[in-house]
Design a protein around this ligand. Structure first.
Ligand code: GBH
Length: 438
């Protein structure tokens, strides 16, 4: 695909948020200057991360944030989604870092869009404890009081679905628990934390609040009723269980008991309205009955005891992570949500979309992003009110249990020298953004 493909991308309205995303644990480093998180504990154990690495240094963004904000300014994004590290805020002076970062972003004319939790829970806390939700709200108040004079747009949580599945149900991520369905109370407590955080943010004067949920269309492996039922269950777990409490104030039928029971009062808190709804999209999932799947979920093995199995989507190119490239899945997801939830669905922002590939001349990434931005445009044309699009990620970074072996950045990071090198996709995205401004 030609590098100037982006100049042909159809127009989005003025005011559309064009951004890139990162998260604290994946880029900051300077781990010795903050309290430990569950990820520090998890990665200290053997065999947890593909390359045996940790995020102790990562991209050293903590010390290089001015250089990174200059990269954002050069790119021409009007928004930057980063996350605030709760363990850093707990340590003396930790909040000063975000204060400086937000000042730097404002000076560069880039809207700061902080996520308040992106998986790096303080090591002393546990999402299985209901009390963690209340502690989260206290921490959110502290952050909002300090940054609220310059930050207008907030994201409560990143992907509670993935944090529950990967971290608490199958043990592939921190905190490394393998509770299968007994993990669901950890999801409920995160959702309660979301609701309490929305209240805390509103009390601090915030009026532009969202959540970033992981979503994707789920396709049955065949029309065999067992496959259809397994796909339906999977759709409930990935999509409905996290969208419906927030948008409708209810869990899908038959799931409330597994979430912990007695959730009626909590659901009122969880449904305190958001101003917009964030969607992280990577790929659809093809799901069938248990037993004869390849058992892989984003390259991770799924326990055979689960009542579904993830199957390969055939006939598609795959990214460097092995995930299929299915851009029309994003249009399908967005129009599907629009049909399902009607006017209960607020404006949508794509809070993450991207892919891992090797190399600095990353034509595959350009093709992926080009096709997905067009898919967002198609959803808008079909009536879905999408207000923004954020590429995951600005920088190559610590890809959780994949360590540094998967590169999602528009900017290459040499982990030996920490030198940043903009890739072809960085130059391409800059052209897309410039064409949108004309
Ligand atoms: C996000 O999680 C995270 O928010 C972010 O921190 C992370 O770095 C980024 O994405 C990239 O991974 O095998 O085709 O079925 C994404 C969670 C889970 C989404 C696995 C894709 C499997 C795709 N991902 N999933 S597939």
């Amino acid at each position: 695909m030609a590098t100037d493909a982006g100049t042909e991308i159809p127009r989005f309205p003025a005011g559309f948020l064009w951004g890139v995303s990162t998260s604290a644990h994946q880029i900051e480093g300077a781990a010795e200057l903050r309290e430990p998180s569950v990820w520090d504990v998890f990665t200290a154990g053997p065999g947890r991360v593909r390359d045996g690495s940790t995020a102790a240094v990562a991209c050293d963004h903590y010390h290089r944030y001015t250089e990174d904000v200059a990269l954002l300014a050069g790119l021409g994004v009007n928004a930057y989604r980063f996350s605030v590290s709760w363990p850093r805020v707990l340590s003396p002076g930790g909040l000063d870092f975000y204060d400086r970062l937000v000042d730097e972003l404002c000076a560069a004319g880039v809207r700061p869009v902080p996520t308040l939790f992106h998986w790096d829970l303080p090591a002393t806390l546990d999402w299985l404890d209901r009390d963690t939700a209340y502690r989260f709200a206290d921490y959110v108040s502290v952050v909002a009081d300090r940054l609220g004079d310059r930050v207008a747009t907030w994201i409560t949580l990143n992907e509670p679905a993935e944090h529950t599945l990967l971290g608490h149900a199958i043990g592939a991520h921190a905190p490394g628990r393998r509770l299968l369905f007994d993990a669901l109370p950890a999801a409920h407590h995160q959702l309660l934390a979301h609701g309490l955080a929305v209240r805390a943010l509103r009390a601090a004067g915030a009026a532009d609040i969202g959540i970033a949920n992981s979503h994707g269309p789920v396709r049955p492996a065949s029309d065999d009723p067992a496959d259809v039922a397994a796909a339906e269950l999977y759709d409930t777990l990935l999509n409905r269980l996290f969208a419906e409490p927030v948008l409708l104030g209810a869990y899908p039928e038959g799931t409330a008991e597994a979430m912990g029971g007695n959730v009626a009062e909590d659901l009122k808190v969880i449904a305190g309205p958001v101003d917009w709804y964030g969607v992280n999209y990577y790929a659809p999932t093809r799901v069938g009955a248990p037993g004869d799947g390849d058992g892989a979920y984003g390259g991770l093995a799924l326990p055979a005891e689960l009542p579904f199995s993830v199957r390969e989507i055939e006939g598609r190119p795959v990214t460097g992570s092995g995930w299929p490239v299915v851009p029309e899945g994003l249009t399908e997801l967005l129009t599907g949500f629009h049909d399902r939830y009607g006017d209960r669905l607020p404006p949508v922002v794509i809070t993450e979309n991207g892919c891992s590939y090797e190399g600095v001349d990353d034509q595959d990434r350009i093709a992926y992003l080009d096709a997905h931005i067009r898919a967002v445009h198609a959803a808008r044309a079909a009536g879905v009110d999408v207000r923004g699009y954020f590429v995951w990620s600005l920088l190559d970074n610590f890809e959780w249990s994949e360590g540094y072996t998967r590169r999602f950045g528009l900017v290459h990071v040499d982990y030996r020298t920490l030198k940043r090198t903009p890739k072809s996709s960085y130059h391409w995205y800059r052209k897309v953004l410039r064409a949108q401004r004309r």
